[in-house]
Write a protein that binds this ligand. Structure first.
Ligand SMILES: [Mg+2]
Length: 193
């Protein structure tokens, strides 16, 4: 499936979410996507397919976006998530592809993990590297969306272009039937005349 922003799942995005569900780790999303994108129907369907559920705290950028000193839009979102989930920041892992966002998370007392180091969004190695910083068992993982749980759909830009063939195949039986039909009409007309 392709997201509303033309992204596809990152290498380990879906598996990371599944790992959290299986191990009782809470999931939250903090994304810089505007609410008009993040909450539109096709994006909702994409996120559901990825494994995100209504019960997960999901915050995005509203009308008044404010950058913090680290060039991050996420400071207020991260604080809000901590408040809603009432977890100790030291037991929270925050995964993002933007170093500025991670500095913000760190200043709030969270453990942080950089992803998209291979330009494919979150990988398995990055996910478990992050988990190890919280002794393998964080209470909550806050995921960034773009370039973390998702990545741009490179196949669309770099893959071979498939040109569909529009040549209609007419069945030889149909063709034969048509010829016989026309012959019968001609014979009928000749005899009638
Ligand atoms: Mg991102």
């Amino acid at each position: 499936m392709i997201s509303a922003t033309g992204h596809v799942e990152s290498q380990y995005g879906r598996d990371a979410l599944r790992y959290c569900r299986k191990n009782g780790i809470k999931i939250a999303i903090a994304t810089a996507q505007p609410s008009s994108t993040f909450f539109n129907a096709s994006q909702r369907a994409f996120l559901y397919g990825l494994g995100i559920r209504k019960t997960d705290v999901q915050l995005c950028i509203g009308k008044d976006a404010v950058y913090d000193a680290n060039g991050s839009l996420k400071g207020p979102m991260l604080q809000e998530i901590l408040k809603i989930q009432s977890v100790d920041p030291s037991s929270v892992l925050f995964i993002d592809d933007q170093p500025g966002n991670l500095v913000t998370g760190q200043m709030l007392g969270m453990k942080v993990q950089l992803c998209n180091k291979e330009n494919v969004g979150l990988t398995e190695t990055e996910f478990f590297e992050g988990l190890s910083k919280v002794d393998g068992k964080p209470a909550l993982i806050i995921f960034d969306l773009d370039y973390s749980l998702t990545r741009p759909n490179m196949e669309m830009e770099e893959g071979e272009y498939y040109e569909p063939s529009f040549r209609a195949e007419v069945s030889p039986y149909l063709m034969g039937g048509l010829v016989v039909y026309l012959l019968l009409i001609m014979i009928y007309r000749v005899y009638k005349a």
